[in-house]
Design a protein around this ligand. Structure first.
Ligand SMILES: Cc1cc2nc3c(=O)[nH]c(=O)nc-3n(C[C@H](O)[C@H](O)[C@H](O)COP(=O)(O)OP(=O)(O)OC[C@H]3O[C@@H](n4cnc5c(N)ncnc54)[C@H](O)[C@@H]3O)c2cc1C
Length: 455
C-alpha cells in the first residue's frame, strides 16, 4: 500500500486479493496458506478451481479490511460461536427491544413492488405494494416466539393455530418464506407515502430485490435509474449450502484428539479451509441442550457450510418452477453425500474409520429411526434456493456499484442491508448492522456514534 501510495482500501477493490498480493511479492506456493484461505472461505469466495467450483475472486480492499479485523480487531479470538442459534442470539434481542419501544410488527406481509413518482431530483417513493400472506385470527396480534424456551425461540414454521388460514396452509404444506410456492395470499395492501408512512427503509436482500424495484431497473420505466440497473445487474450472488450433523458418539470417538507434532489435545471449535463445498466447520454441541431431544440426546453437533457455484441466477418464479426448491434439496443431498464419502476421514479422524460406521454414529429422532444412508437424510441441510437467501459476493470492481444507505436516489427511501455501501462491503452481520445504523442516522440524526472498522 505504501508503494502504491494508496490511502483508501476501497481503491484496491479493483483487484483480486491474492492476485494483488502476488503482484507485490507473495510467492505462488503461499497463495493458498490458511490465513488467506480464511478470508476467501469466510466471505464465500473460496480458492478452489476444481470443477464445478470456481477460482475465487475477492475484492482486495474488502479482503484486507476483513483480514485485519479478524486478525487484530476482536479481543481474544478471531471469531466467536453463538451461545444459542443464530436467530435467538441475533434477532430475538432486536425483536424484543423493538417491541418494548412500542414498535408494531406486521408479520405475513410480503413486499411485492415499490411505486415511484417524479423524476430526477424529484423522484420519490410513493407507494409500497404488499401481499398479505395470512391473517391473524380474531384480529389479534401474532405472537411469533416460543416463550417456553429460554431465550424465546423462533419455530421452524409459523404457529398455524394463530392464523385464520392456518389449517389450510398446514394441510397444503405451504412455506410462506418460499417464493416458488404459488400461494396467492389473502389480499393486497398498498401503503401510501404521506398517509401510511413518512420514510421507508428498504432492507430486503439483494437477491429478492429485482421484482421489488422493477421501476428503477427496467429501462422502459419512466423511473429508470442506470446506477441501480448497473448495481443489480453487476453484483454477483452465490448459493450457499449448510449441513448440520448430530452424533451419538462423543468427540473422543470421532476425532483424533492428539496433535502429532505437539502431543497436545486438539480443540475443534471453529475452522475453515476444509474440502469443498463444505469448507467451514463448527463444533456446536452446546446447542443440543436447547433442542429438547428425547433421551438419549445426541452428544455432538457439527455444522458445515460453504458456497456452491459462483454468480448464479435462480429461475424466475412461476408455474413451471414450482418444483425448483424440492429439486434443489435433493441436489443438496447428493452434494453432501459425495463430499462426506470422499472427505470424512479428513475431519472425523478418530475411531470410526469407514463411512458406514460414521453413518451409524449419526443420531436421528426416535420417530425417524432408520439405517445406512437414511441416517444422513435425517440430518439438517439448507441449500439457498430462494432469491432472498442468496449470498452477496464481494468481487473485484463491484464495490463501486453499491449504494450507501442514504443514497437510494429517491426521496422517502433509505436502504439497509449487507449489500449497501458501508465500511465492510461484504456479507456479514457487522456490515448489515453498520448499514442499519447509517440508515437510522440518515433518518433521525441518531446514533451519532456508529461502529466502524477504523481502517
Ligand atoms: C450460510 C451463511 C452463513 C453465514 N454466516 C455468517 C457468520 O458466521 N457471521 C456473519 O457475520 N455473517 C454470516 N453470514 C452473513 C449474514 O447472514 C448476512 O450478512 C446478514 O444476515 C445480512 O443481513 P440483512 O439484514 O442484510 O439481510 P437478511 O438477514 O437476509 O434479512 C432480510 C430480511 O428480509 C426479509 N425479506 C426478504 N424478501 C422480502 C419481501 N419481499 N418482503 C418482506 N420481507 C422480505 C427476509 O425474510 C429477511 O428476514 C452468513 C450467511 C450465510 C448465507
Amino acid at each position: 500500500m505504501l508503494e502504491e501510495s494508496t490511502l483508501d482500501f476501497d481503491e484496491l477493490d479493483e483487484h483480486d486479493f491474492v492476485t494483488w498480493m502476488r503482484q507485490w511479492g507473495l510467492a505462488p506456493e503461499h497463495a493458498a496458506v490458511s490465513s488467506l484461505m480464511l478470508v476467501y472461505e469466510t466471505l464465500f469466495a473460496h480458492l478452489d478451481d476444481r470443477a464445478p467450483y470456481r477460482m475465487g475472486e475477492l475484492a482486495c480492499g474488502v479482503a484486507l479490511r476483513w483480514f485485519l479485523l479478524v486478525s487484530f480487531g476482536y479481543e481474544g479470538a478471531p471469531a466467536y460461536d453463538f451461545g444459542w442459534s443464530c436467530a435467538e442470539t441475533l434477532i430475538t434481542p432486536y425483536y424484543q427491544a423493538l417491541r418494548q419501544l412500542g414498535t408494531e410488527v406486521h408479520f405475513f406481509h410480503r413486499v411485492e413492488r415499490l411505486g415511484f413518482a417524479g423524476s430526477g431530483d424529484d423522484k420519490q417513493l410513493s407507494r409500497v405494494h404488499l401481499r398479505v400472506q395470512a391473517t391473524v385470527a380474531e384480529g389479534r396480534e401474532y405472537q411469533p416466539l416460543r416463550l417456553d424456551y429460554d431465550p424465546p425461540a423462533w419455530p421452524m414454521t409459523p404457529d398455524w393455530s394463530q392464523l385464520r388460514e392456518g389449517a389450510e396452509l398446514r394441510e397444503r404444506g405451504i412455506d410462506l418464506e418460499c417464493a416458488y410456492d404459488g400461494w396467492p395470499g389473502v389480499g393486497e395492501r398498498v401503503l401510501v407515502q404521506g398517509d401510511d408512512f413518512d420514510v421507508c427503509v428498504l432492507a430486503i436482500p439483494l437477491g429478492a430485490l429485482p421484482p421489488v424495484i422493477d421501476e428503477l431497473i427496467d429501462p422502459r420505466s419512466p423511473h429508470f435509474d442506470p446506477n441501480w440497473h448497473a448495481f443489480v445487474d453487476g453484483t454477483a450472488l452465490t448459493q450457499t449450502l449448510s449441513t448440520q450433523l448430530w452424533f451419538r458418539r462423543d468427540a473422543a470417538q470421532l476425532f483424533d484428539q492428539r496433535d502429532a507434532a505437539t502431543g497436545r489435545s486438539r480443540v475443534r471449535g471453529l475452522a475453515t479451509g476444509f474440502a469443498q463445498p463444505q469448507a467451514s466447520f463448527g463444533e456446536l454441541s452446546h446447542l443440543i441442550a436447547h433442542e429438547r431431544w428425547p433421551a438419549p440426546a445426541p452428544v455432538l453437533l457439527t455444522y458445515h457450510t460453504g458456497a456452491l457455484e459462483g454468480a448464479v441466477r435462480l429461475p424466475s418464479v412461476g408455474d413451471a418452477t414450482r418444483g425448483f426448491p424440492a429439486a434443489e434439496r435433493l441436489r443438496a443431498r447428493g452434494i453432501v453425500e459425495a463430499w462426506l464419502r470422499e472427505n470424512h476421514r479428513g475431519l472425523f479422524d478418530g475411531e470410526l474409520t469407514d463411512f458406514d460406521a460414521l453413518l451409524d454414529a449419526l443420531a436421528v429422532p426416535p420417530e425417524q429411526e432408520c439405517s445406512g444412508i437414511e441416517r444422513l437424510w435425517a440430518q439438517h441441510f439448507n441449500i439457498a434456493c430462494q432469491p432472498s437467501d442468496l449470498y452477496v459476493l464481494s468481487r473485484p470492481r463491484q464495490t463501486r456499484l453499491r449504494r450507501a444507505p442514504h443514497d437510494s436516489g429517491a426521496r422517502f427511501l433509505l436502504l439497509a442491508g449487507d449489500w449497501t455501501k458501508t465500511d465492510m462491503n461484504c456479507g456479514c452481520v457487522e456490515g448489515a448492522t453498520q448499514s442499519g445504523m447509517l440508515a437510522a442516522r440518515a433518518l433521525s440524526g441518531h446514533p451519532i456514534y456508529i461502529w466502524r472498522v477504523g481502517f
